[in-house]
Design a protein. Sequence first.
Length: 345
Amino acid sequence: MSRLRHIIPRGLKRSLRRIQHSAQVRAITRAHAKAAPAAPDQVLQTTLVIPVHNDSARLARLLEAAQNIGFAQIIVIDDGSDVPVQADNVTLIRHEAPLGPGPARNAGIKVATAPYLTFIDSDDLPTAELPLLLADLAEVPTFDICMFKHADSRFSNGDHWGQPDWDEALWQAAGLAIGTLAEAPRSTWPLLAQTANYPWNKIYRTAFLRDHTIHFAGTPVHEDITAHWLSFVHAGRILTSDRACVWHMIAAEEGRQTNRRGAERIAVFDALAPVVAATVQPDMRIALVRFVLGLADWIRGNLDDTHRPAFEMALQHWLTVTIASWHGNVAAHDPALHARLTTQA
């Protein structure tokens, strides 16, 4: 009996998670269909970039939702799907072999024609707030990044609608938690940079990404860290909005990015390498160290035991060798963080 208790519930839990998740998707889609206002007359000229790999059904759902938003261009990058993607009224790019979500998004940046662009993954959905934000942004002067809030399916049960508490805490600490459109002072950027490094919680100026060669890493996971942090390093003007513009769907399938527990997690340090090389501001260095230590804790909880020794060795090398020249800076500005850093090392 004890053996059955350990085997059967695991399979049942996985099935229940899938059922619950599918129900959430249907409920959110119905709610958006009922509540979505008419598209504004004028929206920011924006390209939508969608990477996809073996996910045609959810891609179709996303494209249907995106049709009425008023995007100037929609780019779909088929990253080596087993069955080539078919999509109408989009710019379709196909990689014959899978290169990963980072190179797929980079391909989208290269061919984007609108002055601004945003990313949404094939398994996520825009909300009715996105066209409203694009309408707001059509009225403001040039900016490099507009960062907006999102809703996370892991926390959308019950009355909760929005981003996780840890992200919300950073927005509140920055004094930007409320406001459909606000200018983010430079002093708040180290806080905002520590939020979830997703590619789809921002609208970028296309020329800004190209001029500074801001790109996504070629790593299997954590590829979004590179573009996220480099954009904060190079930005001249950042806006924020409390509109929750994208619904982020965490699926139960083991193959999804968020659920991967293998050695590919150690590639996080490859994704961080361009960021370390470019980060010279003391406050951003301190923010990056805080972020990496927090991310290391998350990875430990989402990594198979087999790979833990290799991860700890790579982390120690990053702390003691890669950022060795930062230690004095960290000690001078945040002794408590320095103590934590040296303890981890």
